[in-house]
Ligand binder design. Structure first.
Ligand code: FRU
Length: 703
C-alpha cells in the first residue's frame, strides 16, 4: 500500500537519478523478427490495433502490438524473443486479453524455467480490449540472460493475449494499492472524473469502517467534471480513501472537500443543461422511481450513478417539487446495500392507515419497495418525508428472478398490491401480482406474460362515459393493456397491447397519491445524452394520462401537466408570428429562444406532406401513409376531423411531440443546433394547410 501524505514526499531524501530505460520490444516493425512466431494465433507480424471480429483494442503504444486474435479466439501459438540480458530492476509491459495463467500469458524464462508470468484481465464476458501497464520486479535476476515468450494455448472466449512495449526500467509501471487519509472537514468529498479514464474501484472508510465502495473513472490531471459524495450521513472524523491506481497516480491527491457539492453559481447554467426536463446535478440517471406526492411535495426518486456519466453504482437519487416543474435535488435517498448489491427500480406509497405499523402515530409513513440485486424485493419506510429510509427487518419480502416492484392500494379488496417484473428461469417475461394487508407479508396471486421491466398498474375513468373505467397495465417499453383487475388477476380486454409513447421513452411510472386526482406519469428519456456535460440522461416532462374513447376504442392519452405553462415568458411576436388561416406553401417564424412550446393545427384535406422544422428537430406528417415522424421516429396517426394538432416542447437536449391531443406522444433527442434559429412550416398538396401556429417562449425551471 502506497501512502501519499505530501509532507513525506517533500522530506524524502533525493534518490539517485534513474538510468535510462531499455526498450526490449515495441512491435513497431514490419515483422516480428528477431522474435519467432509459431502456430496460427500470432500471424507473422505485429497487428495494427484490432483484428477482424475483435472489439476495439485500446491502450497500446504507437501503431503495432502483439495480438493473438489472428484466426479468432480459437487459434493457438507462441511468440518468443531472442535472449537478452536483464539490466534493470523492473520489466514493464502493456498487457491485455485473456486471464488464463499458463494459457494466455506472457512468460519470462530464465535458465529455461518460467521465472515470471502475467495474463490479461479477462475471463468472462464484459471485459474490454484495453491493454494496461504491468511490471515484474526482476532485481534479483540482474545479470542473467532471459527470454520472453507470449503464449496463446487457449481456444474459445478470451482465448487470446495482447502485449506491447516491453521495457527494462528502474521505475515500475502498473497498478498499486494506494490510500489517502484525511480528517472530515467539510460536508462533501469532491471527486475528479474523466469519462474517458478507466474505471477504478474506490473505497471510503470512516473511522476505520468501510462506508462506501463504488466504481468511478477517476481523473488523472484536469477532470472533465467533479462528482461528490455526501459525508454527512457517515458521521465520523477520520477518512481514508483507497483505490488501486497506476503507480505514480496523483488522482487521490486531487480529491478535495467542500461544503457545497457543486458550484451554486454554475449549476443548471451549463450550456447543454435542459431547462425544463429533470436532470441530475451530477452523473447518470435512468428510471424514475418511487413517484409519490406527500405533504406538499412531489417526490422524484430515480436510478442514479452519482459518481459517473454512465450507468453504474445504482442508487436512488432524490428530488422534490411543489409543482412537478421546479425540482430541488436532495441527497441520495437509498444507497446500494453493498458494492454489487445495487438499489434497482421500485415505487413508493403513503401508508395513510399505518397498515405497516412503520408510522410513529403522528404522520403516516412513506413506504417504498425496491429491488436489491443481491437480496430481492426490499421494503423501506421513511418518517422524514423521504429524506432517510429504514429497512424493514423482514426484507427481502420476495425472492425471485425479477425486479421493479410497483406498489398500489386496491380499495375494493382493501389490500396492497405489488406488480413486479419476473423472469422465471431467466426466460419468462412476466408481470406477477402479489397482495398484502400490511406491506410486509406478501402472497403470490397470479402472473401475465409478455411484459418487459418496470410494470405500472392503475385504474382510470373513461372520459365522457360516466361510471366507466378501465385498468391500465404497462411496462418499460411503453406498451399497455387495458382490462379488469380484481386485486389478484389482470383480465385483459381483447385487442392486445397499445402504445401512446414512441421514441426515447422508457421505464415510465405514475405518481401515487397525486393530490389533484390526476394520473401523472414521468418516463426516462433513454438515449438523450449530454456529451461533455457533468450529467447524462433526462426525464420526460410529467404528463397527465387520461382514457378517452376513439374510433379504435378506448385509448390512453398523454399531455404535459398544466403546471408547465407557468414557465411561459412570452409569445413570439412580429409580422411573421401568426399564420393567416389557410396558409399553404412555406412560412417561417424567427424563434425567440431555444426553450419552446409550439402549437400547430394543420388541415389535411388531401394527400400530401407537411413539415415543421426548427434547428435540431423536424416533425413531418404524411397524410397518405398516416404517419407522424419526429427526428426519425415514426408513429401511426389518423387525422381527427380532417386535421392534425401538434404540440412541441423543445428543450436543450430533446423535443417532445404530442399529437391530436395526446393520442400519440414522441420523445426524441434533439439534433445539433446553434442558437434559437427559425421555425419553418412547409406543406405540399392543396388541402394540407397550416390553420394555426403559435410559439411560446419558455423560461427555466431552475430559476
Ligand atoms: C430498466 C431497468 C430496470 C432496473 C433498472 C436498473 O431500465 O433495467 O429493470 O431495475 O433499470 O437500473
Amino acid at each position: 500500500m502506497i501512502r501519499l501524505p505530501l509532507i513525506a514526499l517533500l522530506l524524502a531524501p533525493l534518490a539517485p537519478p534513474d538510468r535510462p530505460d531499455i526498450i526490449v520490444a515495441d512491435f513497431e516493425g514490419p515483422s516480428y523478427r528477431p522474435w519467432v512466431a509459431v502456430g496460427e494465433a500470432f500471424g507473422d507480424r505485429p497487428a495494427r490495433g484490432s483484428l477482424p471480429g475483435q472489439m476495439a483494442v485500446e491502450g497500446f503504444e504507437g501503431a503495432g502490438l502483439v495480438n493473438s486474435f489472428v484466426g479468432g479466439d480459437d487459434a493457438t501459438g507462441s511468440l518468443t524473443s531472442p535472449a537478452f540480458p536483464i539490466e534493470r530492476k523492473h520489466l514493464n509491459f502493456l498487457i491485455g486479453g485473456g486471464k488464463y495463467p499458463g494459457q494466455t500469458c506472457l512468460d519470462l524464462l530464465v535458465d529455461g524455467r518460467v521465472a515470471r508470468t502475467a495474463t490479461g484481465p479477462n475471463d468472462s464476458p464484459g471485459g474490454t480490449e484495453r491493454l494496461a501497464w504491468a511490471s515484474w520486479d526482476v532485481a534479483e535476476l540482474i545479470g542473467k540472460s532471459a527470454v520472453l515468450r507470449v503464449v496463446d494455448a487457449r481456444k474459445g472466449g478470451w482465448g487470446h493475449i495482447n502485449v506491447d512495449q516491453v521495457v527494462q526500467s528502474d521505475t515500475p509501471r502498473g497498478d498499486a494499492a494506494m490510500a489517502r487519509s484525511m480528517a472530515v472537514a467539510k460536508r462533501h468529498l469532491i471527486l475528479p472524473v474523466d469519462p474517458k479514464a478507466p474505471v477504478r474501484l474506490v473505497k471510503v472508510e470512516v473511522d476505520g469502517k468501510l462506508a462506501r465502495e463504488f466504481d468511478i473513472r477517476l481523473a488523472e490531471g484536469s477532470p472533465s467534471f467533479t462528482a461528490f459524495l455526501d459525508l454527512a450521513p457517515l458521521g465520523g472524523r477520520a477518512l481514508e480513501v483507497s483505490a488501486t491506481l497506476p503507480i505514480g497516480s496523483k488522482a487521490l491527491e486531487s480529491i478535495t472537500q467542500a461544503d457545497e457539492p457543486v458550484d451554486p453559481q454554475a449549476i443548471y447554467r451549463e450550456p447543454g443543461r435542459p431547462q425544463f426536463h429533470f436532470t441530475s446535478r451530477r452523473g447518470w440517471l435512468n428510471d424514475p422511481n418511487g413517484l409519490v406526492f406527500f405533504e406538499g411535495e412531489y417526490h422524484l426518486f430515480y436510478q442514479h450513478n452519482p459518481y459517473g456519466w454512465d450507468w453504474g453504482n445504482m442508487s436512488w437519487g432524490h428530488a422534490v417539487s411543489p409543482d412537478l416543474v421546479r425540482w430541488k435535488e436532495l441527497p441520495t435517498a437509498i444507497e446500494p446495500h453493498a458494492y454489487g448489491d445495487w438499489a434497482f427500480s421500485g415505487s413508493a406509497v403513503v401508508d395513510r392507515a399505518n397498515t405497516s405499523g412503520f408510522g410513529d402515530g403522528k404522520a403516516p409513513p412513506l413506504v417504498a419497495a425496491y429491488t436489491s440485486t443481491g437480496r430481492g424485493e426490499c421494503i423501506v419506510s421513511s418518517l422524514d418525508r423521504g429524506r432517510t429510509w429504514t429497512e424493514f427487518t423482514g426484507t427481502p419480502v420476495i425472492k425471485h428472478e425479477g425486479r421493479d416492484p410497483r406498489l398500489l392500494w386496491h380499495e375494493p379488496t382493501k389490500r396492497w398490491v405489488m406488480a413486479l417484473y419476473d423472469e422465471p428461469g431467466g426466460k419468462g417475461r412476466d408481470v406477477v401480482f402479489y397482495s398484502s394487508p400490511d406491506l410486509k407479508a406478501w402472497t403470490y396471486e397470479s402472473r401475465i406474460g409478455g411484459f418487459y421491466e418496470c410494470p405500472d398498474l392503475f385504474e382510470l375513468p373513461v372520459e365522457g362515459k360516466l361510471g366507466e373505467s378501465s385498468w391500465v397495465l404497462s411496462a418499460a417499453d411503453g406498451e399497455y393493456l387495458l382490462g379488469k383487475f380484481d386485486g389478484k388477476t389482470f383480465a385483459p380486454e381483447p385487442g392486445g397491447k397499445h402504445r401512446t409513447w414512441y421514441g426515447d421513452f422508457y421505464a415510465a411510472q405514475t405518481f401515487s397519491s397525486e393530490p389533484k386526482g390526476r394520473r401523472v406519469q414521468v418516463g426516462w428519456g433513454r438515449e438523450i445524452t449530454f456529451p461533455g456535460m457533468p450529467f447524462n440522461q433526462q426525464m420526460t416532462v410529467p404528463c397527465a394520462l387520461t382514457l378517452r374513447p376513439t374510433g379504435d376504442g378506448v385509448r390512453l392519452f398523454a399531455n404535459p401537466v398544466a403546471e408547465l405553462e407557468t414557465l411561459r415568458v412570452g409569445q413570439a411576436r412580429g409580422p411573421k408570428s401568426s399564420f393567416r388561416r389557410g396558409d399553404a406553401g412555406e412560412t417561417s417564424i424567427e424563434l425567440p429562444s431555444d426553450l419552446l412550446d409550439i402549437r400547430a393545427e394543420v388541415e389535411v384535406g388531401s394527400p400530401g406532406v407537411f413539415e415543421l422544422a426548427l434547428p435540431g428537430a423536424s416533425v413531418t406528417y404524411d397524410v397518405g401513409r398516416r404517419v407522424l415522424t419526429c427526428n426519425g421516429t415514426t408513429a401511426p396517426l389518423d387525422p381527427v376531423g380532417g386535421a392534425i394538432t401538434l404540440r412541441l416542447l423543445v428543450d436543450r437536449g430533446s423535443v417532445e411531440v404530442f399529437a391530436n391531443g395526446g393520442r400519440v406522444a414522441i420523445s426524441r433527442k434533439l439534433g445539433e443546433r446553434r442558437g434559437p434559429g427559425v421555425l419553418t412550416g412547409k406543406s405540399s398538396g392543396e388541402g394540407v394547410r397550416f390553420q394555426a401556429l403559435e410559439v411560446f417562449e419558455l423560461g427555466s425551471s431552475w430559476r
